[in-house]
Design a protein. Structure first.
Lengths: 347, 525
């Protein structure tokens, strides 16, 4: 329903801008799904967003309001670059090994970073949204430094744009018929996560913790609940970090720290996935499997925006607008459906 | 002079109050007041005159109608029937502010001061024209130990109350109403409150009316008492002309000994079945420093120990401490007997309904009904790291059937159920656990009769299976029906715990209201 409404509003905007909305949407559709190769491309592109969304699913199910997705993604990507680069220098050349090291490193580093917010919350009661957002900025600047100093690419032509070293070619994520292995990995993780929440005691306890902290403290023990929360924050950051690593390994191969890049997007590396992921998970009500579809939807908007720009001369900001509207409606949906439900019950 | 009313003769033949209207000593009176909320009649033709220079008291259990009556006298609620007379004239209050303008001041249980502001700032709000030194002099008139620059949030309940009284008196109040003033006071601050009220009341010829459920407040300090029971006046006399016995009978009903319990008594309470020792327990409270001051008792397998007390005397904190939600400040809680030998921790279930919110500690409102059943059962019903969903579903279905929980599917979000059904989920879950101890706090609060009996049946069943039950209750009938042994909680202290047959209802009632603590009182019977 949300999708429909935001699409309709987008259509109005397009008409207002003087173009046919049908044209616009067809373009989006064809540029993203128009052919097998394009379809495959879109799916592959959605992989990082899927992983980020999974990380946010873990976070939100346990009531860890992780606003630091951007920074965690950057850290994950950078860690991936560093680990694969150094491993390659040390002589490791096998793709599976490099990929494994890269993903593991990204998981651990981003996980630890996110768990700082988790610890601050349980130990000092510091608000997790605030701490994760602020730490995200810190992470971005840290990555900036790493990109511009120790891991600066050997040759850079323009002074304003600084790139990091590239990952070794052996560390590039293989594709199968154009479909990035990253997508397959992301879907696999989604399935695992679904299984964890549906079937295991651990997942169950996380859900309870997320819904009512007092109940969790009383029935699982206060110490255990606190540790569980920190673990959830670690896992959340870990998945998001893996999203960053996927971005590097399958698409960008390095990180570019644009001089004009804001604290949160380092010149566009993340595509704001850290925040778009929040919309995704709310749209799919924190379901890990549906998150795949949600991520594909939003990734479509992002990529389709490029198609619009190229073919119809509509600024890609249209798709950002649609995303924004979707996010608005998603966040409004929860209070609105709540109210509708209460009214329905009172009758 | 107003004639004294004898018990039972409060109203004359017409059903109207027999108090003559023109009495100069009466500053305000609510005559034959009625207050109805939908079907519920909270106040049923009650007349209470407030006399100048005296402290009058409305005495009754929770829910008897005291606060509701008070709120009609100060304009907060509009009476459904009856008339209010103020200074001899029939009056109708358009709003609470209207009453304040007429110099009727009310002090509620929760402080009406602004916590973020300092004392000086609060006072300045009400007296914008007074200077700082005038404010200081005003406050010091009523007690020197308040620093004007302290933030109100840091003050104790008693000091905040005193400030509110100061504010009322300095505004030339003619009537002072206090709703359960002693409930937020530390036990020691109460004397001070009443002494101040007495002195100031007489000095300024104030009419004062308080509500309370504590007998001690009545006997020690008040002039006239009106006992309310379920919205009706059952007694109205000068305190000097009544007795503790009469008051407790009025509040709790006629005194008879209990009929033989329907539960087979004779549970052997000895060392072999002892399961928990509590000694000189001290527990922190939310409003007062120590809610539990001294409690000593033991629990035995298969026995139901009932602790009864009026709300706010520490029994909830006691139960929380036994369950493990509150760490004791002193004393000890220790498993004993065969449990120690087994070397494991006690498994405790808890059914507790305390406030109006049905979702308490123990439930997760946004998860499904089935999930909620899992919260305490997940350990019992799991294989390794995996939850045995089929077993949980079976439990869930049988619990829903057993307790007649109205929900169309166990996958419904808990929050969508009605309040009573949410309670049933918690009860069904806890009463189905395999545990050593069950803590049941007001286990039937808010439940209809049918469900109440079901809950009782399950509690008795658990006891028969060997579970030690700690029952916390406000209701004498509930406690006497279910318990094997009974103790009474008053002001944080637990009475001697005796077997049910060694108690009378009246003794319990007296202990609940603090009659035994009234200075100079003979034994409560």
């Amino acid at each position: 329903m949300v999708v429909l409404v935001s699409v309709l509003i987008g259509a109005l905007l397009v008409t207002d801008a003087g173009q046919s909305p049908i044209n616009a949407y067809t373009t989006i559709f064809t540029s993203t799904f128009g052919s097998t190769s394009r379809l495959v491309y879109t799916l592959s592109q959605s992989a990082p967003l899927i992983l980020v969304s999974l990380g946010l699913v873990i976070a939100f199910k346990s009531s860890f309001w992780n606003g630091g997705g951007e920074g965690q993604m950057l850290l994950g990507g950078m860690t991936g670059v560093i680990v694969t680069y150094l491993s390659h220098q040390a002589g490791i050349n096998s793709t599976p090994v490099l990929l494994f090291l890269g993903f593991a490193g990204a998981f651990v580093v981003s996980g630890l970073w996110a768990s700082i917010s988790g610890v601050l919350k349980v130990a000092f009661g510091i608000d997790d949204i605030v701490s994760s957002l602020l730490l995200s900025a810190t992470a971005a600047f840290l990555v900036f430094y790493l990109v511009r100093v120790p891991f600066r690419a050997a040759s850079t032509s323009t002074a304003a744009v600084l790139a990091s070293v590239s990952i070794p070619s052996a560390a590039v994520f293989p594709s199968y018929g154009g479909l990035s292995g990253g997508f397959i990995l992301a879907v696999a993780f989604a399935v695992v996560l679904y299984f964890v929440f549906a079937r295991t005691k651990f997942g169950f306890r996380l859900k309870v913790l997320g819904d009512n902290k007092n109940t969790a403290s009383a029935y699982f023990g206060k110490g255990y609940s606190n540790r569980l929360f920190v673990l959830a924050s670690f896992l959340s950051g870990g998945f998001i970090g893996m999203g960053g690593m996927t971005m590097v390994s399958a698409f960008t191969y390095n990180i570019i720290a644009g001089a004009s890049g804001g604290a949160y997007s380092a010149g566009g590396f993340t595509n704001s996935y850290g925040f778009i992921g929040i919309a995704v998970v709310f749209l799919v009500a924190l379901d890990p499997l549906l998150a795949i579809a949600g991520a594909i939807f939003f990734a479509t908007l992002v990529i389709g925006g490029l198609g619009l720009l190229v073919q119809l001369n509509i600024p890609s900001s249209l798709t950002i607008t649609i995303s924004g509207i979707a996010i608005l409606f998603v966040s409004a949906r929860i209070p609105i459906t709540d109210r509708l439900r209460t009214i329905g019950r009172r009758k | 002079m107003v004639a004294s009313h004898l018990l039972g003769n409060v109203y004359n033949a017409n059903g109207r109050s027999a108090v003559p209207l023109q009495d100069a000593g009466v500053v305000e009176e609510g005559r034959d007041l009625v207050k109805q909320f939908g079907e519920l009649v909270a106040v049923d033709r009650v007349t209470v005159p407030i006399r100048r220079g005296e402290i009058g008291v409305l005495l009754g259990e929770n829910g008897a109608g005291k606060s509701t009556y008070l709120k009609m006298l100060n304009g907060y609620l509009k009476p459904s029937g009856g008339t209010i007379y103020y200074e001899g004239k029939e009056t109708r209050f358009g709003s609470a502010r209207h009453a304040v303008r007429k110099k009727i001041y009310t002090i509620y249980q929760s402080s009406a001061l602004i916590d973020l502001f300092t004392v000086k700032e609060n006072m300045a709000l009400s007296f914008p024209t007074k200077s700082s030194s005038e404010l200081r002099a005003m406050i010091e008139k009523y007690g020197k130990d308040v620093d004007l620059n302290t933030r109100v949030a840091l003050l104790s309940g008693g000091v905040k109350q005193r400030l509110e009284i100061t504010r009322a008196l300095e505004s030339d109040a003619k009537v002072l109403l206090l709703d359960e003033p002693t409930s937020v006071l530390a036990y020691e601050e109460r004397d001070r409150l009443f002494k101040d009220l007495q002195k100031l009341g007489e000095e300024k010829n104030l009419g004062i009316l308080i509500t309370t459920h504590k007998l001690r407040d009545v006997i020690d300090y008040c002039k006239r008492v009106t006992v309310l029971k379920q919205g009706k006046v059952v007694l109205q006399k000068l305190v000097s002309e009544t007795s503790l016995k009469e008051l407790t009978i009025a509040m709790f009903g006629a005194s008879e000994d209990f009929e033989e319990a329907t539960v087979a008594g004779g549970v052997r309470a000895d060392e072999t079945s002892k399961i928990l020792d509590v000694e000189h327990l001290v527990v922190r409270g939310t409003y007062v420093q120590t809610a539990v001051q001294d409690a000593t008792f033991s629990m035995y397998k298969g026995e139901i120990l009932g602790i009864i007390g009026v709300a706010g005397n520490g029994q909830l904190e006691l139960a929380d401490a036994v369950y493990g939600l509150r760490k004791p400040l002193g004393g000890k809680i220790a498993p004993s007997g065969p449990i120690l030998k087994q070397g494991r921790r006690l498994k405790i279930a808890r059914v507790a309904f305390t406030t109006d919110d049905p979702v308490q500690v123990g439930l997760a409102p946004n998860l499904s009904v089935k999930d909620n059943f899992g919260i305490s059962l997940v350990d019992q019903l799991s294989r390794g790291p995996f939850v045995k969903w089929d077993a949980l579903e079976k439990f869930s279905d049988s619990a829903i059937a057993d307790f007649e929980i109205k929900c169309d599917s166990p996958d419904r979000t808990l929050r969508e159920l009605s309040g009573g059904n949410i309670q049933k989920v918690l009860a069904a879950r806890e009463l189905g656990r395999d545990v050593d101890i069950l803590i049941a706090t007001h286990p039937a609060k808010g439940l209809d009769l049918h469900t109440t009996l079901m809950v009782y049946r399950h509690i008795l069943g658990m006891a028969k299976r060997g579970v030690a039950v700690l029952l916390i209750s406000e209701d004498i009938d509930e406690v006497t029906y279910l318990s094997d042994r009974i103790g009474v909680m008053y002001e944080g202290k637990l009475s001697t715990v005796k077997s049910k047959k060694d108690w009378t209802k009246q003794e319990i009632g007296a202990l609940m209201t603090g009659a035994h603590m009234v200075s100079g009182a003979a034994s409560a019977t």
